[in-house]
Write a protein that binds this ligand. Sequence first.
Ligand code: 0PR
Length: 373
Amino acid sequence: MDILKELEVFRRRDIPYSRVLGSMCTIPHPIAVEAHKMFIETNLGDPGIFRGTADLEKRLVRFLGEILHHPNAEGYICSGGTEANIQAIRSFRNLRKVDRPNIVVPKSAHFSFDKIGDLLCIEVRKAELDDEFRVDSTSLESLIDDRTVGIVGIAGTTELGQVDPIDELSKIAVEYGVDLHVDAAFGGLVIPFMDRNIDFDFKLEGVSTITVDPHKMGMATIPAGGILFRDESYPGSLEVKTPYLTSRSQWTLTGTRPGTGVASAYAVLKHLGFKGMKKIVRHCLKMTKIVKEEMESLGFEPVIEPVMNVVCFKTEHAEEIKEELMKREWIISTIPNPKAIRLVLMPHVTEDVITNFISEIKNVLVTLNVRPK
Ligand code: 0PR
C-alpha cells in the first residue's frame, strides 16, 4: 500500500485534463478504459499466443479502412503517429531503392519527419505554404526529382489543424509516379465525421499510406497509433524473418507491442459508431466556435479560420501568456510563426472549462499588463 501511496503523490502532480487546452490527447472514453484492463497482458509481438487479440487488430484495421474508404487496406496499430510516419516512409524508401533518396513534406509537417530524415538517412525537403498555411503544391512539385521516393500531405496539421490540398497532391503523385503519404494522425478521426466534405483518404488514387491515431481523437488509451497501407507490397517491404516466434515474420517496427490500444480503440469505435463519433466531433467543433468568439471579443485574432478543433490566436505575447497560464496550472501551447497561442478543443473540453479558461486569460492579460495583439 505504501508504494501505491508513493505513486499517488507523483500522479497527483499531473495536471488534470480539465485544465488542458493544448494537447491532442484526451481522457480515454470509459469503454476504452474497460477494454484496456481486459487486455493488459497481451502482446501482439507474438500473435500465435494472442490469437484473439491479433484477430481483433485485423478487425480494427478494417474499421479504420472503412472510415478511410478502403476496407481492405493493410495496416497495424502502433505506438503513435511518429511510428506510423516512419513506417510509411520506410516502405517508400524500401520499395524504390534509389541512391540518396529524398521525400518532400510541407513546412508544416510534424517534427517526426525530422526524426525520419535522421533515422532513415533520407533528405527531407520542405515545401512552402500558402497564405492559409496549406502546402503550396507548386512549391512541393518543384522539389520532386528522380531521387524522390515519396511526398507527404497533412490532414490536420499539428499547429493549426489545417488540411493540405490532398486532391492536388494525389494528382502530382500519380503524374510523377511517386507515393503519397497522408499524415492524418489527428484529422483522420475528425474529417470523416464533419458535415463539411474534404477528400483526403484512399478515395484519392494517389494516396498510398495514411497515419490515423486512435489515441488522439479516437479516445483510445495511449499508446494507439495507426498506419494503413493501400496494399501489402508496402508492409511487405518492411518484413523481417522471426525464426523463433509463433509467426514466421513481422513488419512492425517494435517487437513486443501492447494489445490494449487495439482493444480500447475498437471498443470506442464499435460503441459510438459513426453517429456517436459525429456527435463527439460536433461537440469539439462547437467548443472551437465558442472559444474563438470569446477570444475575439477579448481582442484576439485567429491565425486562420479553424478547419477543425484547433485554433491559434496571433499575439506577440504568446510565450508570456503561456507561462503565466502555466503558473496558474492551465496548459495551452504556442506556435512560433506567426507568434500565436494554440488551443486544441478535445472531447474533454466543455463550456464550463471554456468559461473558466476565459476568465483566467482575462486575469493573465491584467497581470502581464498586455493587450492581446
Ligand atoms: N503527426 C501529426 C499531424 C501530429 O500532430 C502528431 C503529434 C504526430 C504525427 C506524432 O504523433 P505521436 O506523438 O503519437 O507520435 N501531435 C501532437 C503534438 O506534437 C502530439 C501531442 C499529443 C503532444 C498530446 C502533446 C500532447 O499533450 O503536438
